[in-house]
Design a binder for this molecule. Structure first.
Ligand SMILES: CC(C)(COP(=O)(O)OP(=O)(O)OC[C@H]1O[C@@H](n2cnc3c(N)ncnc32)[C@H](O)[C@@H]1OP(=O)(O)O)[C@@H](O)C(=O)NCCC(=O)NCCS
Length: 84
């Protein structure tokens, strides 16, 4: 999934089923997202990765994505909603 807020792109939930990995599917999906963002004038895209997902960290870094250390993510959960 990919969207934008008018200034920055946001990529979410990239997943390829294990039996289809290492065939360039993720690379093609991400490229389509980045090209579509670029087409509407957005050249920078963000995404979140759990710190425990070391394989994903290796993947994004292998694709040239830069790990940010200058941003903290804040979340808020409405009372009564246990969907963290
Ligand atoms: C990460 C993921 C989406 C990659 O999907 P994929 O279709 O296998 O990736 P691609 O085939 O497009 O890989 C392109 C290149 O990325 C690199 N790459 C792919 N998987 C990698 C990994 N686990 N570690 C390091 N580099 C990786 C390789 O350079 C690869 O090229 P190569 O096969 O010629 O060496 C897939 O492993 C996945 O679904 N993982 C579980 C979900 C997940 O963690 N998603 C990210 C959450 S933010």
């Amino acid at each position: 999934m990919c969207g934008h807020d008018g200034r920055r792109g946001y990529l979410q939930h990239l997943l390829v089923l294990p039996q289809y990995r290492r065939q360039g599917i993720a690379k093609a999906l991400v490229e389509r997202c980045l090209a579509s963002l670029e087409a509407v004038g957005i050249d920078k895209c963000h995404l979140d990765v759990f710190k425990t997902n070391l394989a994903a960290a290796r993947y994004w870094q292998s694709q040239g994505w830069q790990l940010r250390s200058d941003i903290d993510r804040y979340s808020f959960t409405r009372a009564g909603n246990d969907n963290a």
